[in-house]
Design a protein around this ligand. Structure first.
Ligand code: G3P
Length: 224
């Protein structure tokens, strides 16, 4: 399973990259706004900075909701760097745009996926990645991970190669469950990635090793 970070924050992207586990980045208009990146030129410049930082796929979302607008925007985004993936919402013109990008060999990420039916349409349209929003489904008291399982099963039966990218990940447990469900990719906030590290027995065990070493070392020096 590939690890993407879901942020437009360059420091957080660098921190995840330094761990040596980062395979790519996803962004969305809300995440760009959160970083205070506004205006078309600044937004394009920021995507370019992210692409320069990471070798893997970087999802950049279109703002247009009509076919022509999505194609124009997507082409401009794709021209920025080889690793740009054009993020397209699951709406009627979005499906048309996914087919166009597929025919023109531009990678895509179909976003705002909340049902297996939408996942089927996106795969048929040739999306490279598919983003089911796990956390937002859980927020509605449905089970986001169940949707991942269902899509994994359908794509397996049909032999479709659209990669299932579990998005709207909120917790380390979501990452574990997405891996178990067979997601191809998870995109997570840095906090969820770092949360995977945590276990109190690791901290206690390490402290004991260090204390034992310090004690043994101190005795050794005294005996000398
Ligand atoms: O990748 C989509 C993601 O950014 C949405 O996450 O936490 O806003 O539901 P969230």
């Amino acid at each position: 399973m590939k690890f993407f970070i879901d942020t437009a924050n360059l420091d957080q992207i660098k921190e995840a990259k330094d761990l040596g586990i980062l395979d790519g980045v996803t962004t969305n208009p809300s995440l760009m706004a959160k970083e205070g990146i506004t205006g078309t030129n600044n937004i394009l410049k920021h995507y370019k900075s992210i692409c320069d930082l990471v070798d893997g796929p970087v999802s950049a979302e279109v703002i247009s909701t009509d076919f022509k607008g999505m194609i124009d925007e997507g082409r401009r985004l794709a021209d920025l760097a080889e690793n740009i993936v054009v993020k397209v919402p699951m709406i009627k013109d979005g499906v048309k745009a996914l087919s166009w990008f597929h025919a023109n060999e531009i990678s895509t990420n179909c976003t705002l996926i909340f049902s297996a039916g939408q996942a089927i349409l996106a795969a048929k349209a040739g999306a490279t990645f598919l983003s089911p929003f796990i956390g937002r489904i859980d927020d509605m008291s449905w089970d986001g991970i169940d949707l991942i399982k269902q899509i994994v099963e359908i794509y397996g039966i049909q032999g479709w190669d659209t990669q299932i990218l579990a998005a709207s990940i909120r917790t380390p447990l979501h990452i574990v469950q997405a891996a178990q469900a067979g997601a191809d990719v998870v995109t997570c906030p840095l906090s969820a990635i770092l949360g995977l590290l945590k276990h109190p027995l690791t901290d206690l065990g390490l402290q004991q090793f260090l204390d034992d070493h310090a004690k043994a070392n101190a005795n050794h020096i005294i005996k000398k």
